[in-house]
Write a protein that binds this ligand. Structure first.
Ligand SMILES: Cc1cc2nc3c(=O)[nH]c(=O)nc-3n(C[C@H](O)[C@H](O)[C@H](O)COP(=O)(O)O)c2cc1C
Length: 197
């Protein structure tokens, strides 16, 4: 069986980002749990702000083309997001916008996906996750409805090396990973049946 390749998109560029630590922990759990799954962290730092003129004028940035190619090849997408001012970080919205264009070449369309919210506060970036759901579903990502995953009090969950030490969060991520692998498999099974028909 071909490996299922999952792209992980972190909504923070911060050096010590809690979201990235959660993304790494999730990736370790996913790969340990499901042999058939491979996880690819997708780098967003090289994407300049979306400007349609770049595409229209035939000077699409190389970083956009590489990003679009990479997203297109994925079997599933996971967004791990902090909350900025009760919404999603611009970094993730920009990535969604870049991947959705030019018209007719939206690379997000029909991919299974899921979102995890991460905050050092108590609300687990709930508002960010809810905000991100809107453009993510608009571009055609099939978002896993349940379980939702909100990681709160993120500053207290890791040791000095960034290793997850909180058992409740580990269980939450394990539960999320198990459901997400099944979610991706549903779409793979559908596609493989379609390929055979
Ligand atoms: C511009 C800005 C706005 C923020 N707004 C919120 C917010 O609305 N809700 C929240 O829980 N935390 C908010 N925070 C705090 C972030 O949760 C915190 O900086 C967190 O560490 C960012 O995620 P990261 O650790 O992955 O970089 C905000 C931080 C910044 C820089």
């Amino acid at each position: 069986m071909n490996k299922r390749v999952i792209g992980v998109f972190v909504g923070s560029l911060r050096r010590d980002s809690f979201s990235r630590k959660v993304a790494r922990s999730l990736s370790d759990i996913l790969v340990a749990m499901a042999d058939a799954f491979e996880v690819k962290p997708i780098e967003l730092s090289g994407l300049c702000l979306f400007d349609q003129d770049f595409d229209d004028d035939g000077r699409t940035p190389v970083a956009w083309s590489e990003f679009r190619r990479e997203v297109k090849s994925l079997d599933g997408v996971v967004f791990v997001t902090p909350e900025y001012n009760r919404s999603m970080p611009a970094l993730l919205k920009n990535a969604l916008d870049i991947g959705s264009r030019p018209p007719g070449q939206n690379v997000w369309n029909d991919k299974p996906g899921a979102i995890i919210g991460v905050s050092p506060g108590r609300l687990g970036a709930l508002a960010s996750v809810q905000a991100l759901k809107q453009p993510a579903s608009f571009v055609g990502i099939h978002l896993m409805p349940q379980p939702e995953a909100y990681v709160s009090n993120a500053a207290s969950l890791f040791d000095a090396t960034g290793r997850l030490t909180d058992e409740a969060t580990r269980r939450l991520l394990q539960n999320f990973a198990a459901a997400f692998t099944a979610w991706v498999e549903r779409f793979k099974t559908r596609d493989e049946a379609f390929d055979r028909s």
